[in-house]
Write a new protein. Sequence first.
Length: 171
Amino acid sequence: MISLSTTIFSIPLIKREDIDNFNCQETENQDCCALLAFKIAKNHHARVASIFIINKSGFNIKPLSNNLNKGRWIKHDDHQNIDINCDPPTEPIANGQFVSFSSITSHFFGGVEGVAYFIIDDNITNTKFSISWDVPLIGPPDYELDGLPTKKYYNESRNDLDKTVYQVTIN
């Protein structure tokens, strides 16, 4: 049976006060996208959304497509030309792996809104699901997980890092 939990991401080893001293130079460090997005948003009074997908399903999760209606993806030149890719995944997320991707406002007084579509390649139902986010200029962010049968999944949320990171764990 596959189960799912969603939470606002909490970074256990990095404290909120450490964000000012943030230094990340590793392309493969997936935590960097969320931390970089949070730092940029804080420094530029911007709105941001980061998504974490943790795959513990026993199957590959394949990305199908994504659409960023408002905002833009975090880029390497947003902060000291860090060599990092914060775009949504294009390759399957293997069991036991996780990915993150981050978007930020593209202009002053802007918001962030997007959706990403995935399929769990379980050879039986090939369950399709989507994760969407809407971070308006004013007001709290809204994250939604759609397409997964509710009887099989558990949802939980917390409010860490000002609700800038949404975590989905598929068990």
